[in-house]
Design a protein around this ligand. Structure first.
Ligand code: NAD
Length: 494
């Protein structure tokens, strides 16, 4: 069985320990590899390599850094198909969907290719007599990323291109459930001419995460994953003086008004709820049908959910693949069962689904729960599976109040034909990323990505301008070439 090793100082590296975790093929349910789980000593080796590399990379020219980023970008284009297949094989999502995450991640590299512009400081001439002020930003040092299973390439790409282009060196701890894409990326960086030790990958579980959070050689931690772990990471890493950005889980609502094109809305809701088997942090998991939209919308959704083709990610005919693990599958099945027990109407039931030839795969079919209330577990919990809950409200105000009362605030969408409702929705809703007739409004790489409330712990969104600020810190320089006398009063502009 293949063993997936760490990548430290420019080369694949066996672990100091012998602990491993299985990596499954979610479509067949079979173990296909094992991944090494790092001990604190492995994290320490990676941080040492990154610290050594920072001595020269932190001082490298902007043109050297952007040259590497341009080359890395070209390699991501050339290997797009291979990467998509590596992701699909361990995550289970369909290859075309995986290709989408490669492309969206690559867009962050494209943003990083323009780092010279993003890092430009300001200059104020003659702030006082013969005095000028300018500011500039410098890298932090060794920074770390801890990432979830659901976007094994895109989420790390939200982090490391900007960190590295800004002059930092990086230690990535990807999800242990689909680790291979990170090693492939490490090889591409090496091929792009990135010096050894600038990008390192340490595989592992809580032991590796804790070692990162406590390591005195790490200046900042970027985390994306579930909310409880985001809170834990934020608390523990800030306690050791690190800068932390921690993005958490989600429960994304889409509101459908009676004036919307219901066929269009239902089509997009179906794709946004069941694509990637619902394992997207921007997946729509709650549809709020307003007024007379309700019954008509549910009928169309029922038809469309039944049309979703479920199968292995490698089959081009599949719309949706399996869940990532058997444990995830069981969690989703339990959520549907509890929803039914608590009074939700199961309009489409994905619990009994089997895929011919893949009977041991981790599949759950698209599931539609109607008449869900805010008290039910199916509404309160992040199910992270192909389950769409439907809530009915009489008014848009009531829909907005529902969204604002929810502890999460990652993404939301409104389907309408009316500009007034759209404007009110985007101004009043307490959510970080909003779509108007767009179900999954993931911001482009030159904006920043981040939710509100429990979907973002701390105050730093990720990538785009916020990413550059996160991975650098500013200095402000006040300059005088002296020919005036010193004074004992506090300096003011004269
Ligand atoms: P997770 O929180 O279980 O794991 C994320 C990372 O934390 C992994 O690297 C994992 O190894 C590590 N980890 C897990 N348990 C830990 C523990 N007890 N102590 C220390 N580290 C631990 O998340 P996941 O299941 O891999 O991913 C799905 C979650 O991520 C969902 O909640 C989803 O909404 C969220 N997510 C959010 C965003 C966003 O942008 N807000 C994006 C993608 C995924």
């Amino acid at each position: 069985m293949d063993t997936i090793e760490h990548w430290i100082n420019g080369t694949a590296t066996p672990a100091g320990s012998t602990r491993t975790a299985p990596v499954f093929d979610p479509a067949t349910g079979r173990r296909q590899a094992q991944v090494l789980l790092a001990e604190a000593s492995d994290v320490d080796s990676a941080v040492s390599a990154a610290g050594k590399a920072f001595e020269s990379w932190g001082d490298s020219s902007l043109s050297q850094r952007t040259k590497v980023m341009f080359a890395f970008r070209e390699l991501l284009v050339r290997h797009e198909d291979e990467l998509a297949r590596i992701i699909s094989a361990e995550h289970g999502k369909v290859v075309e969907d995986a290709r989408g995450e490669v492309v969206r991640g690559r867009e962050v590299v494209e943003y990083a290719c323009g780092i010279a512009d993003a890092l430009k400081g300001g200059f104020s001439d003659q702030v006082s007599r013969d005095v000028d002020v300018h500011d500039f930003r410098q890298p932090l040092g060794v920074v770390a990323g801890i990432t979830p299973f659901n976007f094994p390439i895109m989420v790390p790409l939200w982090m490391h291109p900007i960190a590295i282009a800004s002059g930092n060196t990086f230690v990535l701890k990807p999800s242990e459930r689909d680790p291979s894409a990170s090693n492939f990326v490490a090889q591409l960086y090496a091929d792009a001419g990135l010096p050894e030790g600038v990008f390192n990958v340490v595989h592992g579980d809580k032991t590796a995460v804790d070692a990162i959070l406590d390591h005195p050689g790490i200046a900042a931690v970027s985390f994306v994953g579930s909310t409880p772990i985001a809170k834990y990471v934020h608390e523990r890493a800030t306690a050791t003086g690190k800068r932390v950005q921690a993005l958490g889980g989600a429960k994304n609502h889409a509101v459908v008004l009676p004036d919307a094109d219901l066929e269009y809305a239902a089509g997009h809701l179906t794709a946004a709820a069941f694509g990637s088997a619902g394992q997207r942090c921007m997946a729509i998991s709650v549809a709020i049908a307003v007024g007379s939209a309700g019954d008509k919308l549910v009928k169309i959704l029922e038809r469309k959910a039944a049309e979703v083709k479920v199968g292995p990610g490698t089959d081009p005919a599949s719309d949706m693949g399996p869940l990532v693990t058997q444990a995830a599958r069981e969690r989703v099945l339990n959520s549907i069962t509890r929803g039914a027990e608590q009074g939700a109407k199961v309009v489409v039931d994905g619990r009994g689904l089997t895929v011919e030839g893949y009977e041991e795969g981790f599949f759950v079919g698209p599931s539609l729960l109607d008449e869900v209330t805010r008290e039910m577990d199916a509404y309160r919990e992040e199910i992270f599976g192909p389950v769409l809950a439907i809530i009915r409200t009489e008014t848009l105000d009531e829909a907005i109040a529902t969204i604002n009362a929810n502890p999460y605030g990652n993404g939301t969408a409104l389907f309408t034909a009316g500009g007034e409702a759209a404007r009110r929705f985007q101004r009043e809703v307490k959510v970080g990323m909003i779509g108007i007739n767009v179900p999954i409004p993931v911001p482009m790489s030159y904006y920043s990505f981040g939710g509100w409330k429990d979907s973002l712990i701390g105050d730093s969104p990720i990538h785009g301008p916020a990413g550059v600020r996160f991975y650098t810190r500013a200095k402000v320089v006040t300059t005088r070439w002296p020919h005036t006398d010193a004074a004992f009063t506090f300096p003011t502009s004269t």
